[in-house]
Design a protein around this ligand. Sequence first.
Ligand SMILES: [Zn+2]
Length: 160
Amino acid sequence: MTPATLAASSATASSAVSLQTPGVTRLLARALRLSCPHCGGRGIFQSFFALRATCPSCGLRLERGESDYFVGAYLFNLIAVELILFFCVCGFVWFTWPNPPWDAITYITGFLMLAGCLLCYPFAKTTWLAVDLAIRPLTAEELAWHREGGEMGERELPHL
Ligand SMILES: [Zn+2]
């Protein structure tokens, strides 16, 4: 086997491995570690709130070619904040019954909702990407499109 064919077969194997869609549990675990749900690569955030355009490990465009892609992430963030509110209010009332301090509950849960909104934001984005990858697994054609890079311009995302 020549070095060229060895490199070609290695590249083919690498592509095949990178196209295997991880299970939902693995996708979500990677998302909760703020890693790329597709490959598990780190460094997909420029800052706590800003995603890079592409995954530095696998080349996946993190918005999957759609400008309004993360609207779903906002929904996930809203759900997380509402769950924080629900469990905090229930917990405070449970532990302080029969005389719950309603004013304190109002201020503390308001603060926790605001803090949760900020802290959950990056997790909501990676979780949304993980759920999307579980529902619409990455195809070889789409990954090649992501790896081409450059501006999206008029180019269409290859759909299934
Ligand atoms: Zn990746």
